[in-house]
Design a protein around this ligand. Structure first.
Ligand code: 3H9
Length: 693
């Protein structure tokens, strides 16, 4: 019998089966919670029913609370009370878990009196990834079952624990093969026969382990002081030695505090943004085949792309121009694959097949049968055009020709072929087998099926694909080129490179811009500055004077042991000779250096990033604010808990942003200009979240 649209109750003599069916992931929405509550109450009240078994329909058991409800007024019944009610049921309740039992889903299962898993099950408490903590008893019942250290590890990592491990830990009671309903029926029978023991988790006491809790908290203070929810997780788990109702009160309070934070909002924006980026019309067309991939160029980029494809089971032909370069490329791929094997991303028994899927050649002729060719040679338009002309002749007529260029015009490249509809940009980020971002650059003539292939490939490679239009630098590098100038201006005007880096690292960036420059190699930007020298507007304040001198000294960053910083072994210290260059440049420019607070640095840097991001939207290079947010999150180390630059912009407010830009413009009205879209948004009282809708 249907309790409601998503929950049904089936009575078979003394067994009641409760089925949860809320596609796609059985999220514990209000409908699911109220249906489940009603089903449990009805079954528990029926004197004929001696055991209740709960299972999920579809691809998974409950994957958590319904994240879409967060940030909105709470809807009864609440999950924590529901789990308590399940646990308090006089009739034994067991759960049968398949697919994933995550967050609130696992918490429902922990409220039941025994847990039976299908072999494919993964359990986890991933709330930390959303700026939250398990708030329906997870921080109290998990330590009762598996002890404080293992529970804390699960809660703080958010990792998905496979069934075998969950069984060994004591989180589940047995693993059984079969279909969820069949397994539920059999397990219910076992309860009645006394072959499956049931027990209430609230009757178990957590073994105190304050030393471990203190150690973990100290580590968090050292590494994650800026994040809110990890500390609250520890606080809640600490309370698990109290009687359950008291511990649950501590957990509830901590959960509600997490819920109020902007970090929670930023992380949930990132969760949905990651999934929404591929929700674009182009991605909905039928993709072309892409099983046989050609990669041209065995440098870091090409080898990384080849590795990513191989790890996803695609076959790859790597082409280089000399045996030496080819050997180097193949060596890099082998090293990447070794690393993947070591990290458990590639099982040892699959390694031989992956190696066999890689071939190599010294001539483009080897790509005659490729479905998709990705060119990853150095950034020289003449070279790229020559390659595309050759590919056009060699490759089969329906093959897709892609360029991994980071800024060159895809339309110009497409124009040298007889098949511009089969040409697109696939902009990977280095190291390409690790970084999640892929900009799918759609040219004027790119066919929809070709764009769709870019998105399909990204999905296969487990990348976050973002649609981009054509402009110098596409979405990410165009915005980067703009805000990086701010870092240089701040240094010219009085901040030190280390201060700029520290301020931005405190804000949440993994590395400040000067450290990033040193890591990437300062010669990359040096080359770009020279490339753009001729087209630089005369009114533009030159941002490269200091960096140019650093490069002229041969200090190209980490690879030369010297850049903005000195690198000796593991020690990184500011390069004192750079301070001299900065002083000399300020004197030459007649600048009297002034003091900047960290907040001033962050405000200025973020304003620059947001301004250019808005212009990228105005120019329709990015379709929605969230696309830009995901580019910066997945490709440029933007702090995930801040959701991305335009999500962050909403937390500042459009009026404040305009005020700030206008203030900066009093000193430099070429670089600092208020984008028209920002003014329109202010007039219409719109936020970036509104533009996403
Ligand atoms: C929690 O439980 C709090 C409690 O402790 C306390 C409460 C008081 N809600 O990822 P996919 C959507 S916090 C709503 O592409 P996959 C998703 O947006 C929660 N929607 O599939 C997508 O929609 P669309 C703790 C959700 O197979 C569609 O489902 N749980 C939810 O690659 C398919 O998702 C988590 O954090 C949700 N909970 O991966 C788990 N989950 O098609 C979050 C998914 O419109 N979920 N959607 O784009 C996941 O990690 C993955 O979705 C999962 C499946 C591994 C389950």
């Amino acid at each position: 019998m249907n309790i409601n649209d998503v929950v049904s109750l089936e009575k078979l003599s003394s067994t009641a089966l409760i089925c949860l069916n809320n596609p796609p992931v059985n999220a514990a929405s209000q409908a699911l919670r109220s249906g489940l509550k009603q089903a449990v109450e009805e079954a528990d009240a029926d004197p004929e029913i001696k055991v209740i078994a709960l299972y999920g329909e579809g691809r998974t058991f409950v994957a958590g609370a319904d994240i879409k409800e967060f940030g909105k007024p709470p809807l009864e019944p609440m999950l924590p009370e529901l789990v308590n009610e399940i646990e308090a049921s006089d009739t034994p309740i067991i759960s049968v878990l398949h697919g994933t039992a995550l967050g609130g889903g696992l918490e429902i299962a922990l409220g039941t009196h025994a847990r039976v898993a299908l072999p494919d099950l993964k359990v986890g408490l991933p709330e930390i990834n959303l700026g939250l903590l398990p708030g329906a008893g997870g921080t109290q019942r998990t330590p009762r079952l598996i002890g404080i250290p293992a529970a804390l590890e699960m809660i703080l990592s958010g990792r998905h624990v496979p069934a075998e491990e969950a069984l060994a830990l004591g989180l589940i009671d047995r693993i059984v093969e079969g279909k969820p309903r069949d397994v539920a029926l059999k397990a219910a029978q076992d309860v009645l026969n006394g072959e499956l023991t049931t027990r209430r988790t609230d009757q178990i006491t957590t073994k105190a382990d304050h030393a471990h809790l203190d150690e973990v908290e100290a580590k968090l203070q050292a590494t994650k002081a800026h994040l809110f929810s990890p500390h609250k997780c520890v606080e809640a788990v600490r309370a698990s030695t109290l009687p359950l109702d008291e511990g649950l009160r501590v957990e509830r309070q901590a959960f509600l505090e997490c819920m109020q934070t902007p970090q929670r909002a930023g992380l949930i924006h990132a969760f949905f943004g990651e999934r929404a980026v591929s929700n674009v019309p182009e991605a909905k067309h039928t993709p072309k085949p892409y099983d046989r991939i050609g990669v041209i160029g065995g440098g870091t980029m090409g080898s990384g792309i080849a590795t990513a494809c191989l790890l996803s089971g695609l076959s790859v032909t790597l082409v280089e121009t000399s045996q030496e370069a080819l050997d180097r490329g193949l060596g890099t791929i082998a090293k990447n694959l070794d690393g993947a094997e070591k990290r458990g991303k590639l099982s040892t028994d699959k390694r031989a097949a992956v190696d066999a899927a890689l071939s190599s050649a010294l001539s483009l002729d080897a790509l005659a049968e490729a479905d998709l060719v990705i060119e990853a040679v150095f950034e020289d338009m003449a070279v790229k055009k020559e390659i595309f002309q050759s590919l056009d002749k060699i490759c089969k007529s329906d093959a897709i020709l892609a360029s991994n260029t980071s800024y060159l015009d895809i339309n110009d490249i497409a124009a040298v072929t007889s098949r511009p509809e089969n040409v697109l940009g696939l902009h990977f980020f280095s190291p390409a087998h690790v970084m999640r971002l892929l900009e799918v650059v759609i040219g004027d003539k790119t066919a929809d099926s070709v764009s769709a292939t870019g998105f399909a490939l990204a999905k296969r490679l487990k990348k976050v694909a973002v649609k981009s239009g054509v402009c110098d630098g596409f979405i990410g590098n165009r915005i980067l080129a703009h805000y990086r100038k701010t870092a240089a201006y701040l240094v010219l005007d009085g901040a030190s490179p280390a201060q700029v880096d520290q301020a931005l690292e405190k804000f949440g960036f993994a590395m400040g811009p000067h450290k990033v420059g040193d890591l990437a190699g300062l010669d990359i930007d040096w080359m770009t500055r020279r490339r753009k020298a001729e087209t630089r507007a005369p009114e533009e304040r030159y941002s490269g004077a200091i960096a140019d001198q650093i490069c002229e000294n041969g200090w190209l960053g980490r690879k030369t042991g010297k850049g903005y910083y000195l690198y000796e072994g593991k020690s990184i210290t500011p390069n004192p000779e750079v301070a001299e260059i900065i002083d000399a440049q300020r004197q030459k420019d007649g600048i009297s250096p002034r003091h900047f607070t960290d907040k001033e640095i962050v405000d200025c840097y973020m304003c620059a990033m947001i301004s250019e991001a808005v212009r990228v939207l105005e120019d329709k290079i990015a379709a929605r604010p969230l696309d830009i947010d995901m580019v910066l999150l997945f490709g440029y180390g933007f702090p995930r808990h801040r959701g991305g630059p335009l999500h962050y912009a909403d937390t500042i407010g459009i009026e404040t942003l305009i005020d700030r830009i206008e203030t900066y413009a009093t000193e430099d009205n070429f670089y600092w200009q208020v984008p028209d879209l920002l003014r329109t948004m202010a007039k219409e009282n719109k936020t970036f979240a509104d533009l996403n809708r």
